[in-house]
Design a protein around this ligand. Structure first.
Ligand SMILES: C[S@@+](CC[C@H](N)C(=O)[O-])C[C@H]1O[C@@H](n2cnc3c(N)ncnc32)[C@H](O)[C@@H]1O
Length: 453
């Protein structure tokens, strides 16, 4: 099917489901939405726009009592008391729907309405259908005319031509295009500088004492080893859906989330004219559960995943081995010098890792990772470089952390210190990108692309 036909088909399906959903809701005296997550909220606002009132929300595990001012009921309590005049809309992902249908809902008593996950994806953009059609039409006309390198859409400075080209050249599904369109319109709506330029300096002490550095590393390690046993997936992406109790439904989503990060890295290389040599090798530093490693293995002959936490590494080995990936090897780091025992590689890659380490050891690890690069090798890594009210005073830090329960720490290094450090290490900084990895919208986090001279 051509893309235009696919698109028309999707739109037709959406409208058909929409009409059926509205008819279903109007048919019953009372309607509940099952689920208060992203889909539940989308469905609620969709029905509200169509003047359909619902009685409340139903959830499997009740944690809160209200959503949008309406009551939330626990499924076990409310479902047995519902009458045949009740309709339930299952507004949650398919993986959850199957279980709920069989466990809680007797379809002789209540009637349920289900729709494909794609319905919810479409809800988010369908009101902008005219804009979307224009976007697609313009992009394809430019592709045909062979002038994709030029500006094809407004806002191209926010997603580069290369990203668009990659997206469109790979036989995109309608969902790829919709996501691209949504991310462009979202970016356009929220664009603002992260720092104002009026921020005061951040005081950060950088010790060079090896025994102190070892102490700092062990301090960080205690937290990660522990959380890797209790809540390994959540420790990597801190969303409730990745709690151990939910992971049987969300594991795929967890691993899929790393794809975009690795794609962004590849586009960054392209933008900087970097071609990887043959027999390419990569260190995924702080690989955790292998969420990024799994995608790196598709682009490198060999990936060395290393992490401070054995509990994370065990899961990474199991999950990647279980997916038939055999070009990844895993190492546990016990001390900073262990980095020197890693093989020399073409690339080291590290996202959302260094930030959890006090600044002195962040720089020490970077130094040792640069030491593992072949000449011309590339480093791609993320570090927060400004946070309001952040400081690192060694003495205060040691006093504060000696007795307190270990927690997930977040640290920063000012760009000034990093640029000094890069100069000393004789690396060329190819690009410094702003990123959103810390989730802190008032501070700054950067992804660096460096090359060893
Ligand atoms: C938030 S997770 C990120 C994992 C992976 N990079 C990802 O994005 O999926 C942080 C990981 O870094 C590891 N880590 C933290 N400090 C480290 C260090 N100094 N050396 C090696 N690994 C470290 C933790 O054990 C944890 O697995």
């Amino acid at each position: 099917m051509m893309i235009q036909e696919k698109f028309d088909f999707e739109v037709e399906c959406f409208h058909k489901t929409k009409d059926e959903l509205i008819a279903f809701c109007r048919h019953f005296n009372q309607v509940f939405l099952y689920g208060t997550g992203e889909y539940g909220k989308q469905c609620f606002s969709f029905l509200t726009k169509h003047n359909i009132a619902i009685k409340g929300f139903i959830v499997t595990h009740k944690q809160e009592s209200e959503c949008f001012g309406l009551p939330i009921f626990a499924a076990e309590e409310i479902i047995p008391s519902l009458t045949p005049q009740t309709g339930i809309v299952l507004s949650l992902k398919k993986t959850f729907r199957d279980e709920i249908r069989s466990k809680f809902i007797n379809t002789d008593t209540v009637k349920i309405f289900e729709m494909e996950d794609s319905f919810f994806a479409h809800c988010a953009w369908i009101s902008k259908i005219g804009e979307f059609q224009k976007f697609i039409a313009e992009a394809f006309t430019k592709i045909k005319a062979g002038c994709l390198e030029k500006e094809i859409i407004a806002g191209r400075d926010l997603i580069t031509d290369l990203a668009i080209k990659r997206e469109l050249a790979n036989n995109p599904t309608i969902f790829h295009l919709i996501n691209l369109f949504i991310s462009l319109t979202k970016h356009k709506a929220t664009i603002k500088p992260i720092l104002t330029g009026f921020e005061p300096p951040m005081k950060v002490e950088l010790s060079q004492d090896p025994s102190l550095n070892q102490y700092l590393l062990e301090h960080v390690q205690i937290y990660w080893k522990g959380i890797g046993v209790k809540e390994p997936y959540w420790s990597v992406l801190t969303a409730e859906k990745f709690f151990i109790d939910n992971i049987q439904y969300t594991k795929k989503e967890f691993y899929n989330s790393g794809k975009g990060d690795v794609e962004k890295f590849l586009v960054t290389l392209e933008r900087n004219n970097i071609r990887l040599a043959n027999n390419r090798t990569c260190i995924d530093f702080g690989c955790g559960l292998g969420r990024l490693t799994i995608w790196l293995t598709r682009n490198f002959d060999k990936v060395y995943g290393c992490d401070i936490s054995d509990s994370h590494l065990e899961i990474a080995k199991q999950n990647l081995g279980g997916s038939g990936i055999f070009n990844a090897e895993f190492f546990q780091l016990q001390e900073l010098n262990d980095i020197e025992r890693l093989p020399k590689v073409d690339v080291f890659f590290s996202l959302i890792v260094l930030q959890h380490n006090p600044p002195p050891i962040m720089l020490k690890m970077l130094e040792k990772l640069i030491g593992r690069l072949n000449t011309g090798g590339i480093g791609y890594f993320q570090i927060p470089t400004y946070r309001h009210k952040y400081q690192f005073i060694l003495e205060d830090y040691l006093a504060a952390t000696s007795n307190e329960e270990k927690r997930m720490e977040m640290h920063c290094i000012p760009q000034l210190e990093l640029f000094r450090f890069f100069e000393m290490q004789k690396v060329t900084v190819l690009e410094v990108m702003e990123d959103t990895y810390t989730g802190d919208q008032t501070g700054r986090s950067n992804t660096f692309l460096i090359q060893k001279n």
